[in-house]
Design a protein around this ligand. Structure first.
Ligand code: PLP
Length: 383
């Protein structure tokens, strides 16, 4: 059932065995409710607080600034709706980049339908936001700005430090979606003045369905979910203890093994990029240097992305088409459009994302299968 070579780590990463081992005791037998006063409840509470400290260490936050959520999507939604609803009266203007993941983009579109005015920030051809453009778009009535730390499709890393400084200097809260960046970029909220920051465990070898939102002390946020007042009232509901424990251990390992993982991914990524350079008609998208350690994103002349992904899958190689989270709809990705790519480039775009468990043999296997598959597709193509 497992593909031989898994190169879709930006969609989700394999669950790290050390993470699974830490989660299992919280999935078996008596597992206390962290709000209960007895021993099992106390053990669950203690495990959650330990995880909170670990997530705080990964991001440079204080533990009190970490709110656990059901993943990246919920963390982004909590930030956008939370900031919009808590904004002082009259602040009805939002600044959001055009390359955001659907978790931010669709939340912003919903706010637009509720009467907020959204300034959609463009990007350069490499998929990078221009700080001057962001600065020019800020207004007296701007409720918040949102620009992701690194893009999930083309992997471009944004100048978040500067963007956050510009916003916060003007009294405008700044949200960043760091779901792809966590574990691959140094996230230090003591250095970068973001107001809120979203992460998701399954992008760094933790469980799917667990994430967190960093909320800087003093930043006002309305909850999305009302109930028993867990997570400081920002996320009611009995906690997913096993998921949170898994997120905590994944965060701990991401911090401890950061350099080793990133260096390995970069080397594999460069191997793929240079291998692809010898196949004619393959174009790298995204910034050449300011890009996520594991990301390769290319448009392939004369090959349709969906066919490429399926034919490679049949050869035991799993890669992604465009963005994993929006791969069901046949629409050109808004991020690629914002970068000025035409439909041909968008519909022939694939993403190969390496992770800590990949090897040089995986790269060789991919390159060989890719070359063969592209030749076949081009031979069938009428163009
Ligand atoms: N934001 C980005 C940049 C992502 O890549 C993803 C998932 O692909 C998400 C948010 C959503 O996270 P989750 O899958 O945990 O809901």
């Amino acid at each position: 059932m497992n593909p031989t070579v898994y190169l879709d780590n930006a969609a989700t990463t394999p669950l790290e065995p050390r993470v699974l081992d830490a989660m299992l005791p919280f999935l078996k037998g008596v597992r206390g409710n962290p709000s209960s006063l007895h021993g099992p409840g106390g053990a669950a509470r203690e495990a959650i607080e330990e995880a909170r400290e670990r997530v705080a260490r990964l991001t440079g936050a204080s533990p009190e600034e970490v709110v656990f959520t059901s993943g990246g999507t919920e963390a982004d939604n909590l930030a956008l709706f939370g900031l919009a609803r808590a904004a002082p009266e009259g602040k009805r203007h939002l600044v959001v980049s055009r390359i955001e993941h659907a978790a931010v983009r669709e939340a912003a579109r919903r706010l637009e339908r509720e009467g907020f005015e959204v300034a959609w920030l463009g990007v350069d051809p490499d998929g990078v936001v221009d700080p001057a453009e962001l600065e020019a778009s800020l207004r007296e009535d701007t409720a918040f700005a949102s620009v992701m730390w690194a893009n999930n499709e083309v992997g471009s890393v944004q100048p978040v430090e500067e963007l956050a400084r510009l916003c916060v200097g003007r009294g405008v809260p700044f949200h960043t979606d760091a779901v792809q960046a966590a574990g691959r970029e140094e996230l230090d909220v003591s250095e970068v003045s973001v107001s809120t920051l979203a992460i998701s465990a399954h992008k760094f070898y933790g469980p799917q369905g667990a994430g967190a939102l960093f909320v800087r002390d003093g930043v006002e946020l309305d909850p999305l979910v009302y109930g028993g007042g867990q997570e400081g009232g920002l996320r009611s509901g009995t906690e997913d203890v096993a998921g949170i424990v898994g997120l905590g251990v994944a965060a701990l390992l991401a911090k401890e093994e950061f350099s080793e993982r990133v260096e390995k991914e970069r080397a594999l990524r460069e191997g793929i990029i240079s291998g692809l350079a010898s196949v004619p008609g393959v174009h790298l998208n995204g910034h050449r240097n300011h890009r996520l350690s594991g990301n390769v994103h290319v448009s392939v002349d004369g090959a349709e992305a969906e066919s490429l992904v399926l034919m490679l899958d049949a050869r035991g190689i799993a890669i992604g088409k465009g963005a994993a989270c929006s791969s069901s709809g046949h629409k050109a990705s808004p991020a690629l459009k914002a970068m000025g790519k035409n439909d041909d480039a968008a519909f022939s775009a694939i993403r190969i994302s390496v992770g800590k468990d990949n090897t040089a043999d995986d790269v060789d296997a991919f390159l060989a299968a890719f070359t063969r598959t592209v030749e076949q597709l081009r031979a069938m193509s009428p163009v």
